[in-house]
Design a protein around this ligand. Structure first.
Ligand SMILES: [Zn+2]
Length: 324
């Protein structure tokens, strides 16, 4: 089956440029995601340790993310500076400018800070790596999106979610001006790699699934449910592990947007009934290190990159330039 899928992807890559029906275009672009690079992004962030807010490790990691985005061709890497309780902090982001509707944007995000004294590899190096890999592929010169996509790395999720919170409150009223595009949705990625069942076993469970959650008790619940459904449909088409939709999004940056715009979180487990109850023994521990995850865990995290990019294919409208 996997050989077959690989063959189809290759064949699509070779011939897609002729007719270019939309489905094939998205499949071609999703096929450019690279598991080896996904792992390298996690490793790259792990080198800065847990990246706790206010530390040099945190600032160094932001500089590293800035450099990665620039290396993918983005000339608009920006910092959003704000005052947190413990002092000034920054979010970092870059934007794929939409070809036909640049003033409308999907926010694709993860949090770059961490805690626990290890490497915060899963929480949330794994989500940052999804965002980086999407930025890399959408940054390719022949890839266009009709609407804009903004890749944001939030600071200080762990002790207040104030990177996302400040961005949301400051920028919400600016939407539609030159200062901020109009938001179409927020897709947050936070802890992507570890589904070893409940209680967690030593290996990935045979039922591993990604959890796409929205908040049923939010002002934008209806729109958020539609966004979740779009991700689930893309998951069925472009990814290997299945996706389950939940309605109690909590404990991650997307809650700062849930009353403003369609907002979902994509995660390895459901926040309230699994993560909080210990589904990942490395969560916030010194053991949240790159070396403590297996190949299956990385592949599972990579599955979320395929899911979100597949969904953006329809949502943002991905097109490929014809070869000259
Ligand atoms: Zn997290």
């Amino acid at each position: 089956m996997r050989f077959l899928v690989g063959t189809v992807v290759l064949a699509t890559a070779l011939f897609a440029q002729r007719a270019n029906p939309p489905g094939d275009t998205v499949r071609t672009v999703v096929g450019r995601l690279d598991l080896v690079r996904y792992k390298a992004h996690i490793k790259g962030l792990s080198q800065f340790g847990d990246r706790m807010q206010g530390t040099e490790r945190n600032r160094d990691a932001i500089a590293w993310l800035d450099k990665q985005l620039a290396s993918f061709g983005y000339t608009n890497v920006q910092r959003h500076r704000y005052m947190s309780g413990g002092g000034p902090l920054e979010n970092v982001y870059a934007t794929k400018i939409g070809a036909t509707t640049p003033g409308e944007v999907y926010i694709v995000s993860a949090h770059m800070d961490g805690r626990g004294g290890g490497e915060a590899a899963d929480d949330d190096g794994s989500g940052c790596a999804v965002v980086l890999e999407l930025a890399r592929v959408l940054g390719m010169p022949d890839v266009q999106t009709n609407r804009s996509v903004r890749f944001i790395f939030w600071n200080n999720e762990e002790f207040g979610m104030d990177g996302s919170g400040t961005y949301a409150s400051e920028r919400a009223p600016l939407q539609g001006t030159a200062a901020e595009p109009k938001w179409l949705g927020v897709i947050q990625h936070d802890m992507m790699m570890f589904d070893h069942g409940m209680p967690p076993g030593p290996k990935q469970t045979a039922n591993a699934d990604i959890d796409i959650e929205y908040q049923r008790d939010s002002r934008m619940a209806e729109d958020s449910a539609r966004l979740a459904a779009a991700l689930q449909a893309a998951n069925r088409t472009y990814a290997r592990y299945p996706a389950t939709i939940g309605t109690d999004m909590a404990g991650t940056d997307s809650i700062r947007f849930e009353d403003l715009v369609a907002s979902v979180s994509v995660r390895e487990n459901e926040r309230v009934i699994e993560i909080v109850r210990g589904s990942n023994p490395n969560h916030h521990q010194p053991t949240d290190k790159y070396e403590n995850y297996a190949e299956d865990d990385f592949l599972f995290g990579f599955n979320s990159a395929q899911t979100t990019l597949g969904a953006l294919g329809q949502l943002a409208g991905i097109t490929l330039a014809r070869p000259r």
